[in-house]
Write a protein that binds this ligand. Structure first.
Ligand SMILES: [Zn+2]
Length: 681
């Protein structure tokens, strides 16, 4: 194995570096989620962290990394002799591949041996390997649902519990969770998001010199990894030593009441859920103080901690932009009892006064009562410069809503609402989700089959039935059932899959009445939100004017769908046929890429095809072509006004799917009602 890339050699990424270091100093911080585009060295940096973690003392021979000072009472390799001498080993960084099996993560219990030989054979998984170390998930947003559930359970309990047919194993599993993700490929479930102590956004540097340095070091590393690592060994060793020093200091760090109250104020102000945000911010502030060699938390520590700990906790809606509004933060950080700070804060003296940070600079003492009054005008003067262009002068080049013509500026969407569930008919085999019926690894047991390969989900009744037939022939005399490999039956389970919801949205002039477009966008946004919650992939085709375009290729990132929808201009003719053909082509490509994912085409239109000699005929032919591929569909009829042509319903007929009006989309009193798309037709 070639030498790992040294932690210290990574250029830039200061926030990520700090977040990782703070976790190494204090594992109680609770891990890091790293968000950013591909190719930012975020994974390289996370992997390099392994070399910076302090060593751990373990019980020799224990596969579950028991601490000799306090061995796990339930350790499957225990009980351990309390007098045993521990050995030190490097802390582990264990990688969890997104497509790993449940057994790989939680460990596997050999039911065959348990049932046929009476032996409890347990092979530890990645959760055991990561105990007292780091569990790293690259592309954590693509992690399968059942693995996420296992992770959440382990993280909540600090233990991993495997149970199969009454045979169970439990062992300690406490680890730092570090995940990297590209948000364009989809978001995380809120429960999982909350499990990460800190989040960091990373982006490649736009600074040419820095970019050049990244490439220079990468090339040097690739040319000779050993020599490169050796060149940085000293820096890495210094860093590891500083981390160790900070860890020792941690227990002595004081969190003054004033700073604790500051934390509470900030968390309340950002309307975070529960108390976890306060705890993580407090722990991070303490780790920061220790990292800087101090024994007291300062206001600046709190500010920095909040920037790392809060961005992912204040999100209310998956469509909200990530990050933290720093102006809002500074407002919340300010102690209401303290005098307002000078407009120009002084640079902080390094390690000077022990209580620097949030307290006022020493030179305010002269005019206490009058000082506030005297400063007031300064503040009002400063305000406009800090928030430029909020009230005055529209931004140049911004689209104006008044423009008539064939093309209109984008109309904002109406508020999203809860929609009814529309499912694809039949039983699929797609990735786990919450829309259509599917054969899945977890879920309700619906039957049994002869076990193929290793048995993980024994169907007990079916197995006993199978074995019962042979008891006499096998010479059974006593009470115990004589089981053979061939008797074993596996449960067949049914759960739900996610689908590809492809929106085909009419953005033509006939739809462009402002009020209606607002409602249409609101409807699509609601369906998008629903798709997000059901873990669907989404795509967006729009048609207007002369053509149709694939505005959003199939992706798991619903945020991008919402953004594209918001920016969608309207106007022009209505090439319904072109829209459906584009959908047809999109599905063809997607079938190659993700064959098990079944599509649901949602056509949002009034059906009034125009543009071309036989626009209506074209649209009907395209609809039948799409229907012939077996794709399930739904038409949302946007027709309004006194004269109704019912063209959308005819289109739905050609597509072989149901039609609903905009009003019928909402869940309303029918909340949660499962509607089979075909059955409505
Ligand atoms: Zn042990």
């Amino acid at each position: 194995m070639s030498a790992a890339y040294p932690f210290s050699a990574i250029v830039g990424l200061a926030d990520l570096r700090l977040a990782l270091v703070l976790n190494a100093v204090s594992p109680a911080v609770g891990g890091v989620l790293v968000r950013g585009e591909k190719g930012t060295a975020k994974s390289t940096m996370v992997r390099a962290l392994a070399g910076q973690l302090p060593e751990v003392a373990v019980v020799p021979g224990c596969r579950f990394s028991c601490d000799p000072a306090s061995p796990d009472g339930q350790c499957p390799d225990g009980p351990h002799d309390p007098a045993i001498a521990g050995t030190a080993r490097a802390a582990r960084l264990v990688e969890l591949p997104v497509g790993a099996s449940e057994d790989r993560l939680a460990g596997s219990l050999d039911i065959e041996r348990a049932l046929t030989e009476g032996v409890k054979a347990y092979e530890p998984g990645l959760l055991a390997a990561a105990h007292r170390g780091v569990l790293y998930v690259d592309e954590v947003n693509l992690l399968h649902d059942h693995l996420v559930d296992l992770l959440l359970d382990a993280a909540a309990m600090g233990t991993s519990h495997v149970e199969r047919e009454g045979v169970s194993v439990r062992h300690a599993a406490r680890f730092l969770l570090v995940g990297t993700m590209n948000p364009e490929e989809g978001e995380l479930r809120p429960q999982l998001l909350d499990r990460f102590g800190l989040t960091v956004e990373v982006a490649a540097s736009r600074e040419p010199r820095e970019r050049a340095e990244v490439v220079r070091r990468r090339l040097a590393y690739e040319a000779d990894p050993g020599a490169f690592a050796a060149r940085w060994a000293h820096e890495d060793a210094d860093l590891a030593e500083r981390i160790l020093r900070a860890r020792t200091l941690l227990a002595d760090v004081l969190l003054p009441d004033a700073e604790l109250e500051r934390i509470a104020r900030v968390c309340a102000s950002f309307e975070v859920d529960g108390m976890r945000a306060d705890l993580v911010t407090a722990r991070t502030s303490i780790a920061l103080a220790a990292w800087h060699g101090r024994t007291e938390v300062t206001a600046e520590d709190v500010r920095q901690a909040a920037l790392l700990a809060l961005p992912h906790r204040r999100r209310r809606n998956p469509f909200d932009a990530p990050g933290l509004d720093e102006e809002h933060l500074d407002e919340a950080l300010r102690d209401p009892d303290e005098p307002e700070p000078e407009p120009e804060p002084e640079p902080e003296p390094e390690g000077d006064g022990p209580d620097g940070g949030g307290s006022p600079p020493p030179d305010v003492d002269g005019s206490d009562g009058s000082g506030n009054a005297a400063r007031a005008p300064e503040r009002t003067e400063a305000a406009p410069t800090s928030a430029p262009g909020t009230e005055d002068a529209p931004v140049e080049g911004a689209p104006t809503a008044s423009g008539g013509g064939p093309e209109q500026a984008a109309v904002a969407a109406a508020e999203p609402y809860r929609t009814r569930l529309f499912a694809v008919p039949g039983v699929g085999q797609g990735a786990a989700g919450r829309r259509s019926r599917a054969r899945t690894a977890s879920g309700r047991t619906t039957g049994s089959q002869v076990a193929a390969g290793r048995v993980t989900r024994l169907h007990v009744a079916a197995t006993v039935r199978a074995a019962a037939l042979h008891q006499k022939a096998r010479g059974r005399t006593g009470a115990g059932l004589l089981l053979r490999r061939a008797d074993l039956r596996e449960a067949v389970r049914e759960g739900r899959e996610g689908n590809l919801v492809l929106f085909v949205v009419d953005a033509s002039g006939s739809m462009a009445a402002r009020k209606r477009m607002r409602a249409v966008k609101g409807a699509v946004l609601s369906l998008l939100l629903d798709a997000y919650q059901r873990r669907d992939k989404v795509g967006l085709v729009t048609f207007r004017g002369a053509d149709a375009s694939l505005v959003l290729p199939p992706t798991s990132s619903v945020e991008i769908g919402a953004a594209r929808l918001a920016a969608l201009p309207t106007g022009g003719r209505t090439p319904v046929g072109a829209g459906l053909l584009r959908a047809h082509e999109t599905l063809r490509v997607e079938r190659l890429r993700d064959p098990l994912r079944r599509p649901l085409v949602v056509v949002v239109t009034d059906g009034r095809a125009t543009g071309g000699r036989d626009a209506l005929g074209e649209s009907r032919r395209a609809a039948r072509l799409l229907a012939a591929t077996g794709a399930a569909s739904l038409v949302v009829d946007c027709e309004s006004g006194p004269v109704r042509l019912g063209l959308a319903a005819r289109l739905a007929g050609d597509l072989g799917g149901p039609v609903v009006t905009l009003d019928e989309l909402a869940a309303d009193g029918l909340a949660g009602l499962v509607r089979d798309v075909r059955s409505v037709a």
